[in-house]
Design a protein around this ligand. Structure first.
Ligand code: PEP
Ligand code: MG
Length: 750
């Protein structure tokens, strides 16, 4: 075994290792390394540039360029050929460098006499830490073998840089990687703020010895690890939930394909053949996958590259004998940082973390739903966070603005702490209001309820000041499991929910799946427009099996207690009537089986489609109650997808046409004497809640954390005055009531 290029680079790596083993300062080591590389590659110049901070590269050692340039020559990322290497994360190979596009002339280096230039990124797991460059006077293009050799060397340099062997404890001239402040602007996943330390979800592998002692031993390690991986994947495949077709199965198919893929394996073997340890060979492969991932726009290919990345992670875990973050000691103030995370995995961290930052994820993702249930701040799409963050790094998560500060500077920390203190003060104020009603100055009482969906939500019921659960989203339980829950599971879950609520009412909404809520174990129906597609009650009526099971479970859990059931996404009267018949049929069955039935039954519908606002009077009279699902209703009213970042914030809830529409619905309910509530996210935003109350709503259901702020604003105002402000804004022809209401409130509190 062993190609000639493998043998050459092996010799180079062995010599590199000998240099590493020598005692001395980091700078001495770097100097020896550049000398060694220059000599081995017959180059007149070899230089190493390392990141000084997020934006800057610094010449840290050179053989051939002027010594006084070391630690003086700095380039911005993207500047000069070296900066180009970082920006593109790819080698740059130029025969006539001074004439090449982007060449940046630095007189202090004396490099203008060298024509040929080869720069290779020093990168690890997608993070570019620096650049290693060789140069020669004679103009030439470096061969593929030379590029390959320098890449292998760069891999070892990356490991050493990450280990901090160049930045000695006493010598601060060589920059330490991951030491500078890093800022990411992502999206708001869940509001709130947290100050803590990073806990990486994906294990951070520390490689003490990147060069293989014996390639045969490393080859055997890789083979054994791949075998373990293959059997892990097979076991997952055989697990019961995988028997049904679905997304999980697709992922596993991809896993299997890669786990058996010879190209993937061969590339890692070639790296070992070149002298790298097995674990570094896997990292090298993973680095190139991540680089590809950055460039690929096609969502399908990106997904597959993710699967490959996950597989590399598993392989690294096997090779390092480590476990996931959950097996480790978790500090008190841990902020979980991950590329992405599944809802079940996130739930495992419940109670152990104070915030979450994801590099990917979407507002409606299952992880976001869980973060909301855990009531911890979540920032999503925080670019590059998972590669910049190290375990234990200080981190500030601002879920209110979607911003993350990693290793922040003092003044940022101070400002952030001020914000936290203000929030704590506000919490204090809300706690004092807990047992008081949301009664306005003119004596109108608005009932405030909370939204829930997981057991993790329920402790809030006793602390947030809500009068009950206005919306229990039953699908969340279905979403976080890998297989369909059984009826008995549901009976015990719903029993626990009702027990936890005690005398307070809980409104259970039947499964609202489809659109953004896809169950991993159900066959996915490809739809051109899922938000307008086969979802919620439409699925429940067409395939009644699951809904029937759920209704049975609810009736059994109620066991002589009152039961409130609500159907999602009803678009016309008939759908409600059919669903209601199903409830009655299940009650009749229970009676026939001599089971105890609920002491009182209320069957309601969610009003989430504009059509229902114009349903016949009969509809309003027949329903026991209605709840306006403002999230969906608003997306259909404005024809603006609630999941689409380009449009989802475009139309204001306080738009006067929308408020008119809400008022129309309230009037129809009042005329039919049907209780109506509002349970979309807007109910939890103080100004929006105020406007909804001004439009006549007397029952709002929201996230537990919003109950305090909403109660506070309602207790501050005279609702007739608020209404007058809205009406005069309408009369003035304004589009939204927001400016007028904001002004009015500001004057009120000043
Ligand atoms: C809504 O649409 O407003 C609602 C409460 O339901 P969901 O957000 O679960 O679709
Ligand atoms: Mg909805």
């Amino acid at each position: 075994m062993g190609s000639s290029k493998g043998v050459e680079s092996r010799i180079l790596l062995q010599r590199l290792r000998a240099v590493m083993a020598e005692a001395g300062e980091g700078q001495d080591r770097l100097n020896s390394i550049v000398r060694l590389i220059a000599e081995s590659m017959a180059a007149e110049v070899c230089s190493i540039y390392l990141r000084r901070d997020e934006q800057t590269l610094e010449l840290c050692a050179t053989e051939g360029l002027r010594a006084e340039a070391v630690h003086n020559t700095r380039l911005r990322i993207g500047e000069g050929l070296v900066g180009r290497v970082v920006k593109s994360a790819n080698p740059v190979n130029e025969a006539d460098a001074p004439k090449a596009k982007g060449f940046s002339y630095r007189p202090e280096t004396g490099e203008e006499i060298y024509s040929s230039f080869l720069g290779v990124p020093i990168s690890r797991l997608g993070a570019v830490l620096g650049v290693v460059v060789v140069q020669n006077t004679a103009p030439r293009i470096y061969t593929d073998d030379e590029i390959y050799a320098l890449e292998i060397v760069a891999m070892v340099l990356a490991e050493m840089t990450e280990l901090g062997v160049f930045a000695g404890p006493d010598d601060l001239s060589v920059p330490t990687q991951h030491s500078w402040p890093f800022f990411a602007r992502g999206l708001i996943g869940q509001e709130g703020a947290a100050e803590g330390v990073v806990l990486l979800h994906e294990q951070q592998v520390v490689v003490a010895n990147p060069v293989a002692d014996d390639p045969d031993v490393e080859m055997a390690k890789l083979a054994a690890a791949i075998e373990t991986l293959q059997s892990e994947v097979d076991r997952m495949y055989e697990a019961d939930f995988a028997h049904e077709a679905g997304d999980h199965r697709d992922v596993l198919d991809t896993y299997r394909m890669f786990a058996q893929d010879r190209g993937w394996r061969r590339r890692m073997e070639a790296s070992i053949d070149s002298g790298l340890a097995a674990i570094v060979a896997v990292e090298r492969e993973q680095t190139s996958t991540r680089m590809r991932m950055e460039r690929v726009a096609d969502p399908y290919i990106r997904e597959r590259l993710h699967d490959l990345d996950d597989l590399s992670n598993r392989l690294l875990r096997i090779l390092s004998g480590g476990e996931g973050a959950n097996g480790r000691d978790i500090p008190d103030n841990a902020v979980l940082v991950a590329r992405n995370i599944g809802p079940g995995e996130l739930l495992d961290y419940a109670g152990k973390i104070i915030g979450v930052v994801l590099e990917e994820g979407s507002v409606g993702s299952h992880a976001a739903i869980v973060a909301r249930a855990l009531a911890i701040p979540l920032v999503i799409q925080a670019e590059h966070i998972s590669r910049e963050a190290l375990n234990g790094d200080p981190i500030l998560v601002d879920g209110d603005s979607g911003v993350v500060h990693l290793r922040p500077e003092e003044k940022i920390v101070a400002a952030f702490r001020e914000k936290l203190a203000m929030q704590a003060e506000a919490q204090h104020e809300y706690a004092a209001l807990r047992d008081l009603p949301a009664e306005t100055r003119n004596g109108v009482v608005v009932d405030l309820h909370m939204n829930a969906g997981l057991m993790a939500d329920l402790p809030s019921l006793n602390t947030c000041g809500a009068q009950g659960v206005g919306l229990y989203r039953t699908e969340l339980q279905f979403l976080i499991h890998a297989r369909m829950p059984r009826r008995d599971d549901l009976v015990s879950l719903y029993t626990r929910v009702m027990d936890a609520a005690g005398d307070m009412p809980v409104t259970f909404r039947t499964l609202d799946i489809g659109s953004d809520k896809v169950l991993p174990y159900l066959k996915r129906v490809e739809e051109p427009n899922p938000a307008l597609g086969w979802r919620a009650i439409r699925v429940g009526l067409d395939r009644p099996g699951v809904m029937r099971m759920q209704l049975q479970a609810l009736i059994r859990a109620a066991k002589g207690r009152p039961l409130r059931v609500m159907f999602p996404f009803v678009a016309e009267t008939d759908e409600y009537l059919q669903a209601r018949d199903m409830v009655h049929a299940e009650i009749a069955r229970e009676v026939a089986h001599k089971h105890v039935v609920p002491s009182d039954l209320k069957i309601g519908a969610m009003l989430e489609t504009p059509s229902l606002a114009y349903a016949p009077d009969m509809f309003f009279k027949t329903t026991d109650f209605l709840s306006i699902g403002g999230n969906d209703l608003k997306q259909f009213f404005f024809a603006a997808d609630r999941e689409n970042e380009l449009v989802r914030r475009r139309y204001d809830t306080l738009n006067l046409s929308f408020l008119d529409f809400i008022e129309h619905i309230v009037k129809r309910c009042t005329a039919a004497r049907t209780p109506v509530s509002f349970c979309g996210e807007d109910a939890g935003r103080p100004l929006e809640a105020l406007a909804l109350a001004a439009m006549g709503l007397r029952n709002l259901s929201m996230r537990p954390a919003s109950v305090g702020p909403v109660k506070r604003i309602l207790r501050l105002v005279d609702l007739d005055e608020a209404r007058a402000v809205i009406i005069s804004a309408r009369e003035r022809g304004e589009i939204s009531a927001r400016p007028a209401l904001t002004d009015w409130i500001a004057k009120l509190v000043s």
